[in-house]
Design a protein around this ligand. Structure first.
Ligand code: SF4
Ligand code: SF4
Ligand code: SF4
Ligand code: FES
Length: 630
């Protein structure tokens, strides 16, 4: 149980949680104490000495980050010895700092810059010009991350984040003392264990590690920023999207994405932000011309009210609100409804039974894990940051190698004892095979008493499961064949999930089989280019919506200026349809026996394929030598 104690700071009384790092208690109380190496999510090492305060009772200077709060402490953050220490240290940190703030990406949000102004001596005792190197330059040989050795304050936040949060162990410290440099464990860095999560960039308190795609594009103070949930995978990390006037070209452009201090982010969001900018469909387009959302909804309603069958392929990347509206639209138009999740998730559950979702928060309850299926680190990267304990793996190891798994066969799982969590990645498990796995996993769960967590790549697969029962869905293979046989008049496709499963060739041919081939997509090209009837879908930061993620229910926000909303469109479509009706279903249940499987950290779905940054990383990463296909 938390106990609250009383301490005195600069003559004021504070009530604080006993045992909390003193620095955190001071920061929480709004007291300015400079620090470099402390970060709430990282192991405390007390390296930089910037956080020193004065203990009035002992008459000593103490580092506040690694001092737990105790009852009756009397602390001064303004004692002359503290002030002198801050000045001395900042002077030392700046001896070989090039003071190149005008060209440094971190300017405006740099702790050294701020502390120099607030606590520093305002002078450099050993002047070093921006062009001189006191510490030799170490090229990380990366197209994405760059290290400026002279700016580094050697706080080890980057190495600790990489080792302890991500587990990638891609950085280490070379040399010691004044000569310390942060270097990649392997060069070229883009082909190494580095997952390009960008967390080292975020935690670096100065501009020592920067993102190359962001370099020189803008200044931090010119950007607007908002929090939203990432909707590129089912984890649902809270991320900051920064957009604005940057290079003076567009208020709509997204310049970068960052994590919050929980440090939940992966490459898909950190470097994949460019997918929000490029080749976007912003307004409905009918027969080659832009149309208003309202008129488009009216025209679509006339199609749905007419004779003939309507089929709707929903997407696991739609919000719960949009899924609920689509369910009603499907009812009112007596449509068939399907999703690519009927190829893996639903047949699995047919034999597994009822599934009670396990979330990231629950992972701390387990000390052993059995991972089954494709690489989890690639499918839902941040999930892998939270797996701490003994790991067994059945299936591809790839980047899951960082979890030090013991690779075993499914048969050998019989020997596992104790309690644990089985994490089943459903990517690449289709139809009959999914049913077989459902039965096997259920048996394992019953016999061993282990819990089960399911993972699909779709950001809102749990939302689809909440909104649609098996009885309301037609298996995707049955639906596609129905379309191929010319039995469907209106085909509405949301997103490119079908491309992920079947590739584009088979799906392109469907447009010749229907009268109205209606595409909902965030992009101008790809699936959109096949249709004369295109309606925009919106991405993270563009539309309010709830996602049922592994982090629980998460909200995406609509702050980017986009001028439309799929939700509003669907509402007006619904209002134009007569009440009543019920969803149709095909009785014949057909499943694909195989499908396309692309499980890669930088390219795992139709959204991440749009990012030029991630595509470049994907190409470079072919040289990565993880443990493949075990
Ligand atoms: S980008 Fe992520 S994985 Fe790569 S070095 Fe930085 S923290 Fe480590
Ligand atoms: S690169 Fe940044 S985070 Fe890493 S040790 Fe240097 S200052 Fe700290
Ligand atoms: S783990 Fe998933 S939700 Fe989190 S940042 Fe990466 S893609 Fe987005
Ligand atoms: S923050 Fe306390 S020693 Fe660095």
């Amino acid at each position: 149980m938390t106990s609250i104690v009383t301490i005195t700071v600069d003559g004021k009384t504070l009530e604080v949680e006993k045992g909390k790092p003193l620095l955190q208690a001071l920061l929480d109380a709004g007291i300015d104490v400079p620090y470099f190496c402390y970060h709430p999510r990282l192991i405390i090492i007390g390296a930089c000495r910037m956080c020193i305060v004065y203990n009035e009772k002992t008459g000593r200077l103490i580092t506040s980050c690694n001092t737990p709060v105790e009852d009756g402490m009397v602390i001064s953050t303004k004692h002359p010895a503290v002030v002198e220490n801050q000045k001395y240290l900042l002077q030392a940190f700046m001896t070989r700092h090039p003071l190149d703030c005008p060209i440094c990406d971190k300017a405006g949000e740099c702790d050294l810059q701020d502390y120099g102004a607030l606590f520093g001596p305002q002078k450099q005792i050993v002047p070093v010009s921006a062009l001189e190197k006191e510490r030799h330059e170490l090229d990380w040989e990366s197209d994405f991350l760059e290290y400026y050795s002279n700016r580094c304050v050697v706080c080890y936040r980057c190495t600790r984040a990489c080792d302890d949060v991500v587990g990638a162990r891609a950085l280490y410290v070379e040399e010691r003392g004044f000569h310390s440099n942060i270097v990649p464990a392997q060069r070229p860095m883009d082909t190494s264990t580095c997952e390009m999560c960008g967390i080292c960039v975020y935690v670096c308190p100065v501009g020592a590690i920067i993102s190359k795609p962001f370099k020189y594009w803008t200044r931090s103070w010119l950007l607007k920023r908002h929090l939203t949930a990432c909707s590129l995978c089912p984890v649902g990390c809270e991320v900051q999207i920064e957009y604005g006037v940057g290079d003076w070209r567009s208020e709509e452009k997204v310049y970068r994405t960052k994590p919050t201090d929980s440090l939940d982010i992966c490459a898909k969001a950190f470097f994949g932000y460019d997918l929000l900018n490029d080749s976007r469909l912003r307004k409905p387009q009918l027969f080659g011309k832009e149309e208003t959302f309202g008129n488009t909804a009216q025209i679509l309603a006339t199609y749905l009210k007419g004779e003939g069958t309507t089929a709707i392929v929903i997407s696991g990347y739609l919000s719960n609100e949009n899924l609920a509206l689509l369910k009603e639209i499907a009812q009112r138009s007596s449509a068939l409804v399907s999703t690519t999740l009927t190829a893996n998730l639903y047949p699995f559950l047919k034999t597994y039974g009822e599934y009670k979702p396990i979330g990231i928060e629950d992972l701390k309850n387990y000390s052993q894990f059995l991972l089954v299926g494709e690489d989890l680190t690639s499918t839902a990267p941040v999930l892998s940051y939270y797996i701490k304990g003994k790991v067994f793996k059945v299936g591809n190891v790839e980047r899951d190698a960082k979890l030090n798994p013991e690779v075993i066969s499914w048969e050998a799982t019989q020997k596992l004892d104790g309690r644990g969590l089985l994490v089943f990645n459903l990517e690449g498990v289709f139809g009959e095979s999914a049913k077989e796995w459902g039965a096997k996993v259920r048996k394992f769960k019953e016999e061993k008493g282990w819990d089960v967590m399911l993972v699909c790549k779709e950001a809102n697969f749990l939302g689809v499961l909440e909104n649609f029962s098996w009885e309301e869905l037609t298996p995707i293979e049955s639906l596609i064949r129905h379309v191929e046989e010319g039995r469907v008049r209106n085909l509405l496709i949301f997103g490119e999930d079908l491309f992920d499963l079947y590739g584009s060739e088979r799906i392109s041919k469907l447009r010749e089989k229907v009268e109205h081939f209606v595409v909902f997509s965030p992009f101008l090209d790809g699936l959109s280019s096949l249709s004369y009837f295109r309606v925009p879908m919106f991405l993270m930061g563009e539309e309010e919506g709830t996602y049922s993620t592994l982090m629980g229910k998460r909200k995406t926000k609509g702050f980017l200026p986009r001028g439309g909303s799929l939700q509003e469109f669907l509402k007006s479509l619904l209002d134009s349809l007569p009440k009543g009706g019920s969803i149709s279903r095909l009785s014949e249940e057909l499943f694909p026996q195989e499908g396309l499987v692309e499980v890669h950290l930088y390219r795992s779905n139709w959204l991440t394929r749009r990012s030029a940054n991630l595509s470049k990383l994907y190409e470079k990463n072919s040289l990565y030598e993880g443990v493949k296909n075990v």
